[in-house]
Design a protein around this ligand. Sequence first.
Ligand code: NDP
Ligand code: 2IT
Length: 444
Amino acid sequence: MSYVDDVLALVQKKNASEPEFLQAVEEVLNSLRPVIEANEEKFRKEALLERLTEPERQVKFRVPWVDDNGQVQVNVGYRVQFNSAIGPYKGGIRLHPSVNIGIIKFLGFEQIFKNSLTGLPIGGGKGGSDFDPKGKSDREVMAFCQSFMTELCRHIGADTDVPAGDIGTGAREIGYMFGQYKRIRNLYEGVLTGKGLSYGGSLARKEATGYGLLYLTEEMLKCNGHDIKGKTIVLSGAGNVAIYAAEKAAELGAKVVTMSDSNGWIYDAEGIDLNAIKELKEVKRARLSEYKNYRPNAEYHEGRGVFGVKCDIALPCATQNELLLEDAKQLVANGCIAVAEGANMPTTLDATKYLQRNKVLFAPGKAANAGGVATSALEMSQNSERLSWSFEEVDAKLHDIMVNIFHSLDNAAKKYGAEGDYVAGANIAGFEKVVDAMLAQGVV
Ligand code: NDP
Ligand code: 2IT
């Protein structure tokens, strides 16, 4: 058996109860075959892939807190420090009832390659908890965040591991976590990113993932002979990534006609009213079903369905495995020309293959959504030099980073005879730098 097959079998045996992690490893290792086959003997001797697929460290801890009825609640917290070959561990914290170790490991594994693609010195990590912020009071969220950080603070630091936001973790949660870190460690340092602007946050971090997604999509379209202007976009999610993706899409002259949350989805033929969405989601923390109060002509549907709407471009921006094979078939049948992943691994493996086989341009999340973590790294730079850059300066750097990422995928795919396969391109380009650093640093 080839080295890749041996390691895939080993990873499957060791992590049998972690389907999302296995899915992420399978996608990456399969697309790395040409690079690994060219160095098979050396990589095998170095156990390079065994090291790459085993986190350097993972912690799991109890998070007890008291709810508004005086009842003690207990959640589980995780931090997976996956790979520090090219920089301190960096990656978000997910707060969602579905969180388990397999989800955090898949996200941490993806983060290694994503962070490498940004060209900035950040390693891969991820954390989270099965705590659900939805429906909780501010005091309950604070109680949870303080308890979570009381344990996590001993494992992180500005030069060790720098968490940030992800599903369920936004500015409010980062603020409470930062406050508790500072209090316990007596250190005012850039230990978290996505901070508020009054205490070390970076301008444009809030917008960065969504804006970056559109910068990369625009470049991918341009290099394939298309113009984003005038295109119709279906988008899933209605959180941080989705909102700022929709904002930039509109600025670039495209029309976003759908958004979704975990209850249902909206269709607005005139283009989504983002002021309404921001008020609903960022201020009121309400459900999308209320969108009709702002736009009576829009449609609201329970359940899932955005990918069945006719479009030129689809941007899945909610969660993993939300774009299924049946959705891919519908998109192709409707003439969709491009899919770019704002979320992490939103497209299943069979749906990805179907889209690629049918010549739909496909930008994988580890490239397309890298603008968030790239801007987090810019926030770390600003914290280190104790300066703040202007919105325009950060946004211009973000734009350059996303355009460069697209070209490194494109070039890596071409170099290995897989022109247009941006999944292979992203994995190969991300892998090369990490491997170089791992080999240089010896057996660690
Ligand atoms: P938010 O919590 O701000 O928003 C998530 C959105 O997706 C909400 O509309 C939520 O609906 C919906 N959603 C979440 N989980 C599910 C689910 N299981 N089923 C259906 N809908 C769901 O998160 P973000 O926007 O920050 O993150 C979205 C995606 O982007 C995630 O995959 C994340 O890992 C990825 N990402 C985020 C980055 C960032 O900077 N924030 C950077 C790079 C990637 P509801 O409110 O009803 O739960
Ligand atoms: O998935 C991701 O890249 C994030 N949630 C952002 C991580 C970060 O450190 O900004």
